[in-house]
Design a binder for this molecule. Structure first.
Ligand code: PLP
Length: 399
């Protein structure tokens, strides 16, 4: 038997891990309502027409070659325009790098920052690749608390306590997956102050930046004076093009503290050749084109968010915060006597009610005894899922 690496065997991705038992049920002809994957393209959301046309046109006109490792100059310029509009940042195309979506940006940045034993502050709970990839690169995910009762805002005191001499960066995911939290301006400022005190860069995941309900997203990039900030974003959420696998990141680094890190990242970018060339043409169209489609999509999402929130507040045995951004809700399991863990709970819901959620512990320590629901499907589907879930909870609680 040829042994795989321990590094690879240690990798877990809760969101897709729960699909296997769901598939077993589906093989038996059972209809499972899957509310586990945050992919708008699986429901009634599509990238806007002007992006689709630009993608097809690029392929037909022969833009099927390798591009520069750091991204096409026109794409980097489009990112500058978009980010100046959104965050008011003072950057040039030279500060921008184009990637095979945010996931690759994470690989490049963690790969360039971490030696074995180093750590990165990541929110708890958080999108699983943060802990998974930090570990894969030999680092330690240093999970900071977020305060559930306060809409899952980061706990700055806890962050401070966790910083040590091997800490290389502070990661911020805002709006957050899995909690749907939107960080207050005051919190973002406090994170920057803390990073400044310890001379750490802030890595800011803004993939859901324009997907907010009542409030507006505030980027640390828009507030920083001297603290280096690396902002990541891409086409997957706000542009509804998950499968195109395109994203970018940029450095705001007035004092040039990241010069060596930039060099390391560029080395890694060269050995992976380049991001998709035709997808960059689609991205240019998206980043510089009209955004009116988003208004209609956000109206649909808000209706779905309001619906699922209302239903969950009426179901016994669970409680929930109201998400302020993204398309996830992260309820807490209050009734705990019937199950040994949140994973057992989620599997029980799957087998009994045929609805697929993701167990909260898959998102890190603070996710324990929670579960994540994706509220992308239309209300009729959410209604069916919540009817089944409500019946399940009432039955279990009467047992
Ligand atoms: N970052 C966060 C917070 C996410 O929730 C996701 C996907 O769900 C990603 C990054 C992945 O983004 P991409 O498709 O750009 O790799």
């Amino acid at each position: 038997m040829i042994k795989p690496s321990e590094r690879a065997m240690g990798v877990e991705y809760a969101i897709r891990d729960v699909v296997l038992p769901a598939r077993e049920l589906e093989k038996k002809g059972i209809e499972v309502i899957r509310l586990n994957i945050g992919d708008p393209g699986k429901y009634d959301f599509q990238p806007p027409e002007h992006m689709k046309e630009a993608y097809c046109r690029a392929i037909k006109e022969g833009h099927n070659y390798y591009g520069p490792s750091e991204g096409l100059p026109e794409m980097r310029e489009a990112v500058v325009q978009r980010e100046k509009r959104k965050n008011g940042v003072d950057i040039t195309p030279d500060d921008v790098r184009v990637t095979t979506a945010v996931t690759e940006a994470l690989q490049l940045l963690f790969g360039a920052l971490l030696d074995p034993g180093d750590n990165i502050l990541v929110p708890s709970p958080s999108y699983p690749p943060y802990t998974g990839l930090v570990k894969f690169y030999g680092g330690i995910p240093n999970e900071y608390e977020t305060i559930e009762e306060n809409g899952w805002q980061p706990d700055i005191d806890d962050m401070r306590k966790r910083i040590n001499e091997r800490t290389k960066a502070i990661a911020v995911i805002n709006p957050n997956n899995p909690t749907g939290a939107l960080y207050e301006k005051k919190t973002v400022k406090e994170i920057l102050e803390l990073a400044g005190e310890y001379d750490l860069p802030v890595i800011s995941d803004e993939i859901y930046d324009l997907m907010t309900y009542e409030g507006k997203h505030v980027s640390p990039g828009s507030l920083t004076k001297d603290v280096p900030v690396i902002v990541m974003n891409g086409l997957s959420k706000v542009y509804f093009a998950t499968g195109w696998r395109l994203g970018y990141f940029y450095y705001i680094d007035p004092e040039n503290k990241l010069a060596e890190v930039r060099e390391a990242v560029d080395k890694l970018m060269r050995i992976r050749i380049c991001p998709s060339t035709p997808a960059q043409f689609a991205a240019i169209a998206g980043l510089t084109g009209p955004m009116d489609y988003l208004e209609e999509y956000m109206k649909k999402l808000k209706e779905r968010r309001d619906y699922i929130y209302k239903r969950l507040t009426e179901i016994p045995g669970v409680s929930t915060q109201k998400p302020q951004g993204a398309f996830y809700i992260f309820p807490r399991i209050e009734e705990r006597s019937k199950w040994k863990s949140d994973k057992e709970f989620v599997l029980d819901v799957l087998h009994e009610a045929h609805v697929l959620f993701v167990h909260g512990s898959g998102f890190g320590r603070a996710g324990n005894w929670h579960f994540r629901i994706v509220f992308l499907p239309p209300v009729e589907i959410l209604e069916k899922a919540m009817d089944r879930f409500e019946e399940f909870m009432r039955k279990r609680m009467a047992e």
